[in-house]
Design a protein around this ligand. Structure first.
Ligand code: PAF
Length: 284
């Protein structure tokens, strides 16, 4: 069944007031793929009503990033939501979300300036601002975000804790192609040769994960070996970062214990990110 599609705050408020029981929200920027669909299924298991938001948020794109060319595939997104039994889609325009130039925005703080935040200055401020607005507008009981954007998920958890936002935040596992490539709306930018080079990210993470028992140096060395090779491939991979960090704070870790090995690189004009959770052995 086609979901109820609402575009304005008034329509959303009216639809929200009809919801009985619990509501789960899956915030997205559209261009939905199997990763989003698995979050919708998780939402269905978590609450009686499932809402999806579709909004390409200008605030989280930096100058020169892909805001203008970000894929916008609304009709097929709605078909996908219908196939997953989504009840409500909130698809606001820019004017609905930002009727005035925003003066007060969320500051992501020091954690928003490291790793992905260092590669994309201002990105996490813009992302947290729109997520807080969506949470305030939709008022879900649970909000579900993909673990592929590990730092985004950690920052949202931190915002919800620091600002006492009354919502439960759940992460959903990364969905991969059979050859390991993490699903992303940006994968559709990749040519066949670029996609082949981009596979180095998941291969590097797997090599790092296989070395986890040996400790942090072995993890980064194993991952680096794969990435070094990809840096000289045709087309080449341009590494932005490879880091081993605490899953909650994104501060560097020297083991042993829980860690996230996170990588980002550009292949052609496409920014790709991926990560894996590890249990590190041995002291540094
Ligand atoms: O992960 C995304 O698609 C976006 O960053 C989000 C969480 C929908 C905010 O715009």
């Amino acid at each position: 069944m086609t979901p109820v599609i609402v575009r304005t705050r008034e329509e959303l408020a009216a639809a929200r007031s009809q919801v009985e029981g619990t509501l789960a929200l899956v915030p997205t920027m559209g261009a939905l793929h199997e990763g989003h669909l698995s979050l919708m299924r998780q939402a269905r298991r978590s609450a009686g009503t499932v809402a999806v938001s579709i909004f390409v948020n200008p605030l989280q794109f930096g100058p020169g990033e892909d805001f203008d060319r970000y894929p916008r595939t609304f009709p097929t997104d709605i078909e996908a939501c219908a196939a997953e039994g989504v009840d409500l889609v909130f698809a606001p325009s820019r004017e609905v979300m930002y009727p005035d130039e925003p003066q007060v925005t969320v500051q992501s703080g020091p954690m928003g300036e490291v790793v992905e935040g260092a590669a994309r200055p201002g990105h996490f401020d813009g992302m947290l601002t729109v997520v807080l607005k969506l949470l305030n507008l939709v008022r879900p009981d649970v909000a579900i975000f993909g673990e592929k954007d590990a730092q985004q998920l950690a920052m949202i958890r931190r915002m919800v804790a620091d600002l006492n936002v009354p919502v439960r935040v759940d992460g959903g596992p990364t969905v991969r192609e059979p050859d390991g490539l993490a699903l992303s709306s940006r994968n559709r930018y990749l040519s066949v040769p670029e996609r082949r080079t981009g596979l180095a990210l998941s291969r590097a993470l797997r090599a790092g994960a296989d070395a986890a028992a040996e400790g942090p140096d072995a993890v980064t060395a194993a991952a680096r070996t794969v990435l070094d090779k990809a840096e000289t491939a045709d087309p080449p991979l341009a590494l932005d970062y490879l880091v081993l960090v605490d899953p909650a704070t994104f501060a560097p870790v020297a083991g042993p214990g829980q860690a996230v090995l996170a990588v980002a690189a550009r292949v052609g004009a496409t920014h790709l990110i991926d990560n894996v959770h590890l249990q590190l052995g041995k002291e540094h």
